[in-house]
Design a protein around this ligand. Sequence first.
Ligand code: NAD
Ligand code: MG
Length: 389
Amino acid sequence: MPAQKVTKLSILGSTGSIGQNTLTVVDQFPDCYQIEALAGGTNIQLLNQQIQKFHPKCVCVLDEQHAEQLKKIVQNPVEIIYGSSGYEQIASYSSTDMVVSAIVGAAGLNPTIAAIRSGKDVALANKETLVMAGEIVMREIKENNVRLLPVDSEHSAIFQCLEGHQQEDLSQILLTASGGPFRNREISTFKTILPKDALNHPTWNMGQKITIDSATLMNKGLEVIEAHFLFHVPATDIQVIVHPQSIVHSMVAYHDGSIIAQLGIPDMKGAIAYALSYPNRLTLKQPIPNFFEIQSLEFYEPDLNKFPCLSLAYEACRQGKTYPTVLNAANEIAVDAFLNHQIGFMDIPKWIEKALTHHVPENGMDLGCINDADQWSRNVVKQWIRTNA
Ligand code: NAD
Ligand code: MG
């Protein structure tokens, strides 16, 4: 039998929750994966540990100051670069086969595009990339003949449920949501929600931004848009179902009334491993859910009065053009302001809605338009928050 080819990886966002989980998977399969390059932000100590363990050839950090700090402590021979051009270099690193895109937020877009344009397969966790520029990203994937493998657990589930089926037989995507920490909380008390309450997610352990997005259900809204672009399905055929146990990771319904679901414990390593190994499966040895202990799986309709972010995302998806870009940027600014105690929990959808209402999209649809819409949305929302306009 020929020796299995080693897949060479670049990880964007290696110090984050997805990045660390990816390295845990890689560590389990040293004969299958090799780390070529890593990119983090400002967590120099953790990057140094990752360098010692995985021996990347090149590492990128946020800025020059952090690059200097890393150079002082690092003992391995490694090239250290920084800034936006550095992230793009990591994404297009010549010996890399696959890029794990796991930076949080809009900062992930340009490196992901760089990866695609340099012919790399992409394992995509950074959903904001697809929300901001789904049409462009999907076009680039096709033109460059590379693979886009979803890491988001719901999209990995849908991807798995679609395997072996025809697109024209698909009738609906059933996207599950945990419902977040405020599923059962009275809406009248939402005014007093603090960042620490919203950061306390019941089933998933993730980075700060996505945890707040899960509490507002914007995460599910972003995922509706992500699924729309990834699977070429209109938002009207994507139904969100609240499923507090997070065991059913999502489902696909076919025209004959059959529904195929993908299940597993709520742990991102399963989805990460599938993206890395597709179409094969790694012997990850994840425990399977204990159904006798769980006993019941529940399903509810999302409460759009409590979670208006979900409706805003559906509406932005329906409007298309640069509305999803504006939604995403406004959300990033509002979440940041909430985490910094500048605005309340229910102000998040308020400012996003205002940005969507005031947005006048340009006619074209290229990266320049995306960038303009993103910057406009960030600027106006920052200004509205500052002046409470
Ligand atoms: P995180 O906050 O834990 O990690 C983010 C990573 O990005 C870190 O390595 C950080 O250093 C880096 N980073 C942050 N800002 C940066 C910038 N401006 N420039 C370059 N690097 C920067 O986030 P996470 O939870 O790992 O999520 C990463 C992405 O994956 C997000 O888009 C999120 O929506 C998506 N995702 C996460 C999960 C999860 O379970 N955590 C699940 C599905 C999808
Ligand atoms: Mg998800």
